[in-house]
Design a protein around this ligand. Structure first.
Ligand SMILES: C[S@@+](CC[C@H](N)C(=O)[O-])C[C@H]1O[C@@H](n2cnc3c(N)ncnc32)[C@H](O)[C@@H]1O
Length: 207
């Protein structure tokens, strides 16, 4: 899917569902917060949440004391819900992670977080774009927390085909510049019913 139609798809999703109705909605972010803390990032380190949508992870990161957070998404519709709650305590950015423009202007970040975004990139070109953006903005010595549907997960989400991952596939996608530090298998309960097995990973950029 190209940028315009991808943004239209997500705008439609967020304008026709409340944030807690979408299948990926979760109230608690324990797995993510534990991986972020395990990275050892200082509270003033820069965290970017890629494909942030209407996630309440931002609230949890602020509550944990992190003060330098950027939320980025291809459409603003989901982030508008978060912005209403959080205002200027987070920086907001609308951009396509696979074909970025504004993302390349933010400088470097200490931690890259993505939950349920990478797995939508089913073409090689999209995945290469994603990895290139990550490698452009993540500092050497920084960390990536990447969370996708596992290989046992549903083949589609939000009506879109997925590329599902296991730990090794994520590690191979990022390449030898990265070391896998931690992996967690867990199951998200879709508010509409059904179990969604995830794999969550913490990687460190070595070079
Ligand atoms: C399944 S939702 C997950 C949202 C959030 N991370 C969460 O866990 O609640 C996928 C999100 O990725 C965003 N997205 C999809 N394609 C994108 C792209 N190419 N660049 C940036 N964001 C994208 C969508 O707008 C949507 O908010």
């Amino acid at each position: 899917m190209r940028s315009g139609s991808t943004a239209d798809h997500w705008q439609e999703v967020y304008s026709s569902n409340s944030p807690d109705e979408v299948g990926w909605y979760q109230m608690e972010h324990e797995v993510t917060i534990n991986l972020v803390k395990a990275s050892g990032i200082p509270l003033e380190g820069v965290i970017i949440d890629i494909g942030s949508g209407a996630s309440t992870l931002l609230d949890e990161l602020l509550k944990a004391g992190f003060s330098n957070i950027i939320a980025a998404d291809i459409c603003d519709e989901g982030m508008a819900h978060s912005r209403e709650r959080l205002g200027d305590s987070v920086r907001w950015l609308v951009d396509d992670v696979t074909e970025p423009t504004k993302l390349l202007e933010i400088g470097t970040v200490d931690l890259w977080h993505d939950r349920a975004v990478l797995h939508f990139f089913t073409s090689q070109a999209e995945r290469e774009g994603y990895v290139s953006t990550l490698k452009t903005i993540l500092k050497v010595g920084g960390h990536a927390v990447i969370e996708t549907f596992s290989e046992h997960g549903a083949p589609q989400c939000s009506g879109l085909d997925l590329q599902r991952y296991d730990e090794m596939m994520i590690r191979e996608l990022l390449g030898d510049d990265f070391e896998m530090l931690e992996t967690v298998r867990h199951v998200h309960l879709n508010p509409r019913g059904g179990e969604r097995p995830y794999v969550s990973t913490l990687l460190k950029r070595l070079s």
